[in-house]
Design a binder for this molecule. Structure first.
Ligand code: GTP
Length: 604
C-alpha cells in the first residue's frame, strides 16, 4: 500500500457519544472482525473499561476497504474519552492526517467535543463532522449541525448523519474518510524514520510499540535506534493491528503498526520518540510534551508483609501506563509504600481498580492531593531542601509555615458548556470555587460556553458531580493545565489522640482552612468507630488547633458476656473480630476501617 492508498485517522468525541460503537462498526463493515464478535466492543480491552464503559487506553486497528475499484489501508486510532486522558488524544492525533468528529445528535456539542476539536485544529488535521445516534427519537440533527456550523467552517448539509448502533450511514463515513482525509506524505527512498505514539506491555511479548512510519521502511531483523535513549534494538516482530498484532515483516512509510524489539520497560519506550535505522541517523521528530501527573496519592499495602507483592503489581501496571509517576514514600502509620502521580482522579481510581482486579492486590490509598510550589527562606532550610523553591507532592512534607515566603498553586483552564437557564447557578459555583471567568460565548440560542480559570484544588474531588447536579446533568466540563499562581495556602492536619493522621493532611486556601478543619473533625467523629478508650480528634490549621471532638469509649468488651461461659463461643467471636480486622488499620492505638480517611475526603 503506497501512501496514496493509506488513510490514518482517529475518532474524537465526548464521553459516550459512541466512539467505540462506531469503531466496532467500521471493523465489522470491513470484515476485520466477524459479526459473531460484534457484541463485545473489540477495541475496548481492559476489564475496567468494560465495567465503566469508558475507554482508558487508546487502541489502533487497521482496516482494508475497496472504494471505486481501489484497495485502501485505513488505520484507525481509537482515543480515550475522558478529560483525564486528554494527553492520549493529543498523541494519537500525531499519527493521523484527519479525524472524525463524532457528536451525539441527542446531546449536542459538549465541552470535550470542543476541546478535542481544537486539538485537531491546531494540528492542521482534516476534520469530518459526523452526527451519531440519529435513530433515537429525540435526536435533533438539524440543531446540532447548526452548533457545529458555528464552530467550524463547514456546510451544515455536508455533515454526515449516522447511527453507529444500527449501522445506518456508516459506510458513507468510510467513503468520506477516503475522499476528504489527505494521504500521509512519505518518501520511501529516504532512510527510515518512525514515530512512537503508544506503547503497552504484554506478558511473554514484553513492550509492544505502536509506530507511525514517516519515511523509508522498517523490516523484521533491522537494527534500530531509539533517539531519546540512543539504545539499539533488533526488530523481532513487525506488523499491523488487525485488530490484534498481525505480523507483516515490514512496514512502509505512511503506515501505522506495531513492533516488538526486546524492549523490557516502558521507560525505554518514550512516547513521542523517533526510531531510525542504525547507521542512517535522521533528524528526530518534535517530541510530545510528556504526560504531567497532577494528582498524587500515597499507595500502601494493608500490612508490610505484602510490600514486595504490591511492588511487583505496581511495576507491571506502570509498564502499561507510562503516564503514572512512581516515587517511594513512607509514613509513620502506614509504613513503606509509594507516592504515585496520576493525570486526574478518574485515572487514579482506574489504576487502583486495576491493581485490585488484575493483580488481586489490596491497597490503602491516601487522600489525593496536588503539587504546590513554595519559596523558602533561611540558609539552613534551603540547604536541607536543596533549593529556595521546591515542589511539594506530599502535604506532610510541606515545610513549616514560618520558613515559607510564598505559596504557588496549580491552575487549570476549564471549558464548561451548559443550557443558558443555568447561568446563575454556574456563576455561583464558579465564585464559590475561586474561579475567574475568562470568556463567555453563546454557542446557539440555548447553550453557553464559558472558559474559567480555576485553582486545580477546587475542582479536584467533587466539582464535576456538583456541576452535573446543579444543571440536572446537562453541563459538560473539560480542562487543561494553566500554570501556577501565587496564593495564600495553609496546611490543615488532623490528630487522633495526638497521633497525626498523615494520609489526611491537606493544603487549603486560607479562606477555607478553618471550615475544612471543623467539617472534617466532625466527620471523623461520626465515622471512626468507638474504641475501648476515649479518643480525641483535633484539627489544626498551621500549628493552631481549630477544632476538637471527642469520641467516647465503648463500654463493653465483645467477649465480656461470655466470661465463665462456653469457650468455643468466645473463640468464634474472636475469630469474627479477626476477620473484621483485615479491613481495619491502626493509627497509634486506634483501630479504624481501612479506607475511612479517603472516604471522608471524597464525600466532602
Ligand atoms: P468512551 O469510550 O467512554 O469515550 O465512550 P464512547 O464514545 O466510546 O461511547 P460508546 O461507543 O461506548 O457508546 C456509548 C453508549 O451509546 C453505548 O451504550 C452505545 O450502545 C450507545 N450508542 C452508540 N451509538 C449509538 C447509536 O447510534 N444509537 C443509539 N441509540 N445508541 C448508540
Amino acid at each position: 500500500y503506497p501512501p496514496e492508498r493509506v488513510r490514518n485517522f482517529s475518532i474524537i468525541a465526548h464521553v459516550d457519544h459512541g466512539k467505540s460503537t462506531l469503531a466496532d462498526r467500521l471493523l465489522e463493515i470491513t470484515g476485520t472482525i466477524s459479526s459473531r464478535q460484534k457484541n463485545e466492543q473489540v477495541l475496548d480491552r481492559l476489564q475496567v473499561e468494560r465495567e465503566r464503559g469508558i475507554t482508558v487506553k487508546a487502541q489502533t486497528a487497521s482496516l482494508f476497504y475497496t472504494y471505486k475499484g481501489e484497495n485502501y489501508l485505513l488505520n484507525l486510532v481509537d482515543t480515550p474519552g475522558h478529560v483525564d486522558f486528554n494527553y492520549e488524544v493529543a498523541r494519537s492525533l500525531a499519527a493521523c492526517q484527519g479525524v472524525i468528529l463524532l457528536v451525539d445528535a441527542n446531546q449536542g456539542v459538549q465541552a470535550q467535543t470542543v476541546a478535542n476539536m481544537f486539538l485537531a485544529w491546531e494540528s492542521d488535521l482534516e476534520i469530518i463532522p459526523v452526527l451519531n445516534k440519529i435513530d433515537l427519537p429525540y435526536a435533533d440533527p438539524e440543531a446540532v449541525a447548526k452548533q457545529i456550523g458555528n464552530l467550524l467552517p463547514v456546510e451544515e448539509s455536508d455533515i454526515l448523519k449516522i447511527s453507529a448502533k444500527t449501522g445506518l450511514g456508516v459506510e458513507e463515513v468510510l467513503k468520506t474518510v477516503i475522499e476528504k482525509i489527505p494521504p500521509p506524505v512519505s518518501d520511501w527512498e529516504k532512510p527510515a524514520k518512525a514515530l512512537l505514539f503508544d506503547s503497552y506491555f504484554e506478558n511473554y511479548k514484553g513492550v509492544i510499540c505502536n509506530l507511525a512510519i514517516i519515511d523509508g521502511a522498517i523490516h523484521k531483523g533491522d537494527k534500530i535506534i531509539a533517539h531519546s535513549t540512543q539504545r539499539e534494538y533488533v526488530v523481532q516482530n513487525i506488523g499491523i493491528l488487525y485488530p490484534k498484532e498481525t505480523p507483516t515483516d515490514v512496514l512502509y512509510g505512511g503506515q501505522v503498526g506495531y513492533i516488538t524489539a526486546g524492549i523490557k520497560t516502558s521507560s525505554e519506550a518514550v512516547v513521542g520518540d523517533t526510531f531510525y535505522l542504525k547507521d542512517s541517523p535522521v533528524e528526530p521528530l518534535p517530541g510530545f510534551k510528556p504526560a504531567k501527573p497532577m494528582v498524587f496519592a500515597g499507595i500502601f499495602p494493608p500490612d508490610q508483609s505484602q510490600l514486595s507483592f504490591l511492588r511487583d503489581a505496581i511495576n507491571k501496571l506502570v509498564l502499561n501506563d507510562s503516564s503514572v509517576s512512581v516515587d517511594l514514600d513512607s509514613s509513620a502509620s502506614l509504613g513503606q509504600g509509594w507516592r504515585l502521580g496520576f493525570l486526574g482522579l478518574l485515572h487514579m481510581d482506574v489504576f487502583q481498580q486495576r491493581l485490585e482486579q488484575e493483580f488481586n492486590a489490596s491497597v490503602i490509598v491516601t487522600a489525593p492531593n496536588i503539587p504546590y510550589k513554595v519559596k523558602i527562606q533561611g540558609a539552613k532550610y534551603i540547604k536541607q531542601y536543596g533549593s529556595d523553591e521546591i515542589t511539594v507532592l506530599n502535604p506532610c512534607r510541606m515545610p513549616d509555615s514560618s520558613v515559607i515566603t510564598e505559596y504557588q498553586e496549580p491552575l487549570v483552564l476549564a471549558t464548561i458548556i451548559f443550557p443558558v437557564e443555568y447561568i446563575g447557578a454556574i456563576i455561583n459555583l464558579v465564585l464559590e470555587r475561586r474561579g475567574e471567568q475568562i470568556e463567555q460565548t453563546q454557542l446557539d440560542n440555548t447553550r453557553v460556553l464559558m472558559k474559567v480559570k480555576f485553582p486545580l484544588n477546587e475542582i479536584l474531588v467533587d466539582f464535576f458531580d456538583i456541576l452535573k447536579s446543579i444543571t440536572s446533568g446537562y453541563a459538560s466540563f473539560d480542562y487543561e493545565d494553566f500554570g501556577y499562581q501565587v496564593s495564600e495556602m495553609s496546611k490543615v492536619s488532623f490528630f487522633l489522640n495526638d497521633v497525626e493522621v498523615e494520609d489526611m493532611t491537606m493544603i487549603c486556601h486560607i479562606s477555607k482552612a478553618r471550615n475544612m478543619a471543623k467539617k472534617i473533625c466532625a466527620k471523623l467523629k461520626e465515622k471512626i468507630p468507638r474504641q475501648l478508650f476515649k479518643v480525641s480528634v483535633k484539627g489544626k490549621v498551621g500549628s493552631q488547633i481549630i477544632a476538637r471532638e471527642d469520641i467516647n469509649a465503648l463500654r463493653k468488651d465483645v467477649t465480656a458476656k461470655c466470661y465463665g461461659g462456653d469457650i468455643t463461643r468466645k473463640n468464634k467471636l474472636l475469630a469474627k473480630q479477626a476477620e473484621g480486622k483485615k479491613k481495619m488499620r491502626q493509627i497509634g492505638s486506634i483501630t479504624v476501617p481501612k479506607n475511612v480517611f479517603i472516604d471522608i475526603v471524597r464525600k466532602d
